[in-house]
Design a protein around this ligand. Sequence first.
Ligand SMILES: [Zn+2]
Length: 254
Amino acid sequence: MGSSPSSEDISTLMSSEYQLRRELADIARRVYDRGLVAGTDGNISARVQGDTFLISPSGSCLGMLEPNDFVRIDMAGRAIGGQGRPSSERWMHIAAYAERPGVQAAIHAHPPTVIAFTVAGLTFSQCSLPEVILAFGQVPITSYATPATEEGAVVIRDLIKKFDALVLDRHGSITVGKTLKDAFFKLEKLEHGAHVMLMAHQLGTARDLPPEEIAKLAALREQLGLGKASDVSGTCLPPGTVLPTRVVRGDERY
Ligand SMILES: [Zn+2]
């Protein structure tokens, strides 16, 4: 039989939840200040413990939230604490947490350059920028889903099992991480990469890295513990390429 939590346990939990609320408000403001959302767009959440989460309230501006504004929800999307209604995109966040027990934070944003690529019907190149390949392996684009509905959960469910950053067709992005900062940095990196690719297209040429360099990045990704080498987009490599699982050192060759 388990013992009830002591008052010391409860106060520790409350202070750690308050710290999390402060961090949510801080990161939410950064998302807004960086222009990764506009007005009341976007939403941000973090796992408190187990199947309990904090999420930004519906209709709120991410740039203007206070720690106590975040709503506690459960895995069924029900508000179980705090004022206000939880974000209408909570289904997408819950799907990410359900599929990835190690994920502690999720950010849904509207990064403008990323969205522009999907509106134009162009894929955001995954074969040109080493940092993007290392960090994400690839950035899949989901099917289109009506915003603020449970369709958001449906279109991400399979892809979020493997990838930390998804582009939502003609809508935005979702990034997940081990911490709020981690999810935020991935969002920044995604938009930065898209912006660089946009400028390259404007200059006239967007060059892919050679397949052998992509293969080296895939191996490094695995060695650094960032993900599996096989997550790197197959479209960057010639058909039938066997991805290495280690980094070549010295005068070794593949
Ligand atoms: Zn949205």
